[in-house]
Ligand binder design. Structure first.
Ligand SMILES: [Zn+2]
Ligand SMILES: [Zn+2]
Length: 260
């Protein structure tokens, strides 16, 4: 009798935990526990670390990727064939947005959930060092977070790019420059716009308040899709003779939006 009760309880619990409603409620609660991996929910050795080494490793790029478009490469190179001709901005990310960790990168901005930031910042710096050793990127002297318009900053309460830049600065020792660049146009969110609309949306959106006394910087953002946002800033900084590369936590490859 006791065994059959146990059996029915297990059946009930299995059904209960597999309804989509419960999954939607329970999974985030489990994942938010500080000593459990965000993805597999297994206990991890260091409380607050957020991700187990296996899940993190599984989400990171497994092979070289084009620094221009994010396409996977079959041999070691900075750019794919198309990007070699165009020489676009170099965008460094530790992983594609299209992984199980993608929603946790989105959660930084939309749910104020910062737990993925420390492990992904470390992974990003490891990737930067790897590319430095290969000669595919130059050393940078400072980090510049992509600014939000004051209206957006007021509504959200924080700038996710600045939070990420602060973490990267703390790990790397690089200074974070927050006062040289401003967003002067309250643009529409880029998500949902096509390639042409994204380009138009970002025109004249930023202004350089002062020229930083450096010659090589990394622009910091949470996610880069087509790169239209950072392209506007790069134009401003390059006009001042500053070399710019882009560092982000995830690359949302979208070839259909990038087509010119
Ligand atoms: Zn895990
Ligand atoms: Zn490419």
């Amino acid at each position: 009798m006791r065994q059959s009760l146990h059996y029915y309880w297990r059946q009930y619990w299995h059904k209960f935990t597999h309804t989509s409603l419960v999954r939607a409620v329970v999974a985030p609660v489990l994942a938010s526990l500080p000593n459990r991996c965000l993805l597999c929910h297994q206990a991890i050795a260091h409380p607050g670390k957020g991700l187990c080494g296996f899940c993190l490793q599984a989400c990171l790029y497994q092979q070289e990727t084009c620094l221009g478009c994010g396409r996977q490469l079959t041999c070691s190179s900075d750019f794919c064939g198309s990007c070699q001709r165009l020489q676009p901005a170099r965008i460094v990310a530790p992983m594609s947005y299209h992984t199980l960790l993608g929603p946790w990168v989105a959660a930084i901005k939309y749910r104020r959930q910062f737990v993925a930031i420390p492990p992904l910042c470390k992974a990003l710096l490891i990737r930067v060092n790897h590319l430095l050793a290969l000669g595919y990127v130059r050393p940078v002297q400072a980090l510049i977070p992509v600014p939000l318009h004051p209206n957006r900053l007021k509504a959200r309460g924080f700038n996710q790019a600045r939070v990420i830049a602060t973490e990267l600065g703390a790990i790397s020792g690089l200074p974070v420059l927050t006062d040289i660049l401003v967003r002067v146009r309250d643009t529409l969110p880029q998500a949902g716009l096509d390639g042409r609309q994204r380009r138009h949306n970002m025109q004249h959106a930023f202004m350089l308040k002062q020229c930083p006394a450096v010659f090589s910087v990394a622009l910091i953002d949470d996610v880069v899709t087509t790169g239209e946002t950072v392209r506007e800033i790069i134009t401003l900084l390059e006009a001042e003779g500053i070399l710019v590369q882009v560092w982000c936590l995830a690359r949302a490859e979208a070839p259909e939006l990038s087509a010119r």
